[in-house]
Structure formats: C-alpha cells, structure tokens
Design a protein around this ligand. Sequence first.
Ligand SMILES: Cc1cc2nc3c(=O)[nH]c(=O)nc-3n(C[C@H](O)[C@H](O)[C@H](O)COP(=O)(O)OP(=O)(O)OC[C@H]3O[C@@H](n4cnc5c(N)ncnc54)[C@H](O)[C@@H]3O)c2cc1C
Length: 397
Amino acid sequence: MLQETPVRAQIDASRDDRLRVLVVGAGVAGLTLAQLLRRRGLNPVLIERAGPDAPSGYMLALMPLVDPVLEALDVVDDYVAASVGMDRYRIRGRHGALINQYSMGGLLNAYGDYRGIGRGELMDVLAARGGAVSHETTVTALEQRGPVVAAAIGGTEAEFDVVIAADGLHSATRGLVLRSEQVSTYDTDWGGWVVWTGPDADMDLGEELWGTGSFVGTYPVKDQIGTIVCGPRETRAAGLEAFVARLRTEIRDPGERIDRVLTEAVDGRPSYYWSLTDCRSDAWSIGRIGLVGDAAAGFLPTAGIGAGMAMESAWVLADRLAEADAGGAEAALADFERTQRPRVEAAQKNSRQLAPLLFNESGAGAVLRDVATRFIPLSVALKPIRGLLETRPAGLS
Ligand SMILES: Cc1cc2nc3c(=O)[nH]c(=O)nc-3n(C[C@H](O)[C@H](O)[C@H](O)COP(=O)(O)OP(=O)(O)OC[C@H]3O[C@@H](n4cnc5c(N)ncnc54)[C@H](O)[C@@H]3O)c2cc1C
C-alpha cells in the first residue's frame, strides 16, 4: 500500500539522490516506474491529481508483456491472487449468433500469462511493496534551467534532474512542454459505458458481441465481470438505457452472459462513459522531460494492450534512468524514446486497425465481417501481438 506523504517530505527525501526524478501521475505507467526506481535505490517524487478514494476505473486484460515487469517488482503472487486467467475468447455476430471461440491460453501460454484484473486491483498490486505518494497534487509549470528542471508543484517549487509525464491520455503535463499540433488524435467517434456486472460460471471467458452500430465486451476480473457497451458517440445523449433497448431489438439471441449483463447494466448501478479516442505525441523526450504510457502514445482498448505497453515502457525507462546520473539524464531519455517508441507505435497502429472492425455501422460491412471472422484463426488475428511478445526487451532487471 502507498503511504500518503506531503510533497515537501518527498522532495526532501529525494534531495541527495544521484538522479532526482519527479513522476507526474500515479496510474499504470507512473506507479510502475516509481516502484521500479525505488527498488533500484532512488526516491522518486510521485504525485497524483486524483484523491486516494477516486473511482478505481475499469477492467484490464493484461498480455504476458507484463510478466517480467511484475517479476522485477516482486509482486507476481499478489498479481495472480488479484486476477483471473483468461483462457477463452468468444465472438458473437451482429444478431448474437456465436461466430467463433478461441483458446487464448493455447496461443499465449508460450509467452506467459493472459489475465483479467480491475484497474484498482492492479494499482494495489503495483503498490504492494509500499512507497510514498502525494494525492490531489499536480505540476503547474515546468522550466528547464540549464542542467535542472524547475517544477511548480502544489504551491511549492523544486528542482529535478528528470521529470516524467505519466498522466495519461489527456496529459496536462505534456501540454506544458509540447504544442497542441505536436499531439495527434485518432477519434473513432464512438464511446462506451463501462459497468461492473456480476460473475458467472465462465470466469476464464472474455465474450464480445460485434453488432451493427453497437459493440458489447465482457471481461472477467476477480469476482466480477467488467462490461463495456459501445456505440456511436451521438447515442450518448439518449443514455445507456435507451441504447440497450435499441440493441435488444436488433440482437435476436445475445447468449446467456450478454443477455444478463445488459439487464444488469440498466438496473441502476453506476456506469462511466469513455470516449474511444487515442493520441500520439511527436516527441517523448524533450531535454530532461520525458513522456511515458498514454501520455506518450495513448491507446484505444480494441487490442487490450495499452496497459501492458505502459508497464513495459515504464520498465524500460526505469532501467535507463537507474543506470544514469544527473549528467546522463537527457541521453537516458533519448535512448528510452529510441528503443521503445517504435514498439509502442506499432502496437498502437494495431489497435487503430481493429477499430473499424469492432466499431462498425454498415449493415453490409457487418455481414462480411461475420463471415470473415468465422474463418480467421487466432494465430493470424494475434500476429502483431505475438510479434511484440517475441521481441520483448531483454536484459533488464
Ligand atoms: C475502458 C478501457 C478499457 C481498457 N482495456 C484495456 C485492456 O483490457 N488491456 C490493456 O492493456 N489496456 C486497456 N486499456 C488501456 C489502458 O488502460 C491504458 O493504456 C493505460 O492505463 C495507460 O496507463 P497510463 O499510466 O499512461 O495512464 P493511466 O492509467 O490513465 O494513469 C494516468 C494517471 O495520471 C493521473 N493524472 C491525470 N492528470 C494528472 C495531472 N495533471 N497531474 C497528476 N496526475 C494526473 C490520473 O489520475 C491517473 O492516475 C483500456 C482503457 C480503457 C479506457
């Protein structure tokens, strides 16, 4: 568990570090990075805009990319205990008929684990060995002054050798160092309501319904199923209930699970709406300021790989920073960008390519997709991800 710590106390603890690091954002990438640096003997200052009791978010399916990172953090047992193995993946077509079912385990087990976990539970796993954080704190100004970066944080100012923006897709810290035209966006014009629904007897199964103008995804995590109900963004105004009512008129037989989660989705429990967009930054290292995770390249959830890539990137970045001293900080960031950016952008491209397939509004397109999906082997569908797994960073601790 992380310890709530005044930011001044964190700054004081980092003062004598060989490399003074500020990490902005205690999400998937930022927390991974801070915890890895702590294991390597540094005292990074970790700040988070949200409060400690902020809603813990959505469900994540994590590719085996995360396994070596969790090993480096010594939290593999915590991870396994907080997550479920995802062995099977099922696709239903535009009227709800079963189109294909794949054995994910059969293909991915050669590389490691494929598991489902709530984002909040993942945060707890990453925090299992403890460490400091300052919630409700952000950085409002950054200035590179010769060999240091001066940062205005929560009413105080401090100097760092390196500042890392790990504050997600809509990173405000990125906005302090890049111009808006240096950040491009791919917008699907779709969005989705995320709802926590109850468990069933198939907690190793991820099941999706690929409709016409609709998409429903159900992903098991420990003791519950995370459900996302997606449609073109203009359907948001009428609300989830109206959207589900329309969907039910189009889907003859959604199958037992999707039928149930759609009923639960509109029974009054909370839902959170996510716009399905991503982003790509022109530069990941600007002098002594670096970007990692979604702040550098934000992901659509279509391939289920954004969090895995964010953790892998944090691991690579931690390695480069842990090997550097203040004089080598800029070179370490540049090396991180050179190594990791092509991998992340390739994964992001794959997520973008899947979007028109999943978020489809054309009747003819849906017919073609249903036919093609019956015949696509999983090995072909997962080829880009297997490529990433086969070329994982090696030799890091
Ligand atoms: C609905 C949905 C489903 C997804 N499913 C999957 C999946 O199945 N598998 C997968 O691998 N990926 C998935 N992803 C993508 C994945 O969640 C992201 O790629 C990943 O969380 C990126 O990590 P991050 O640390 O960069 O950002 P985040 O995890 O978003 O963390 C950013 C942190 O920064 C904080 N913050 C924001 N602004 C500031 C600020 N100004 N100052 C300080 N702190 C700030 C935020 O509060 C947050 O804690 C999904 C995403 C969504 C939205």
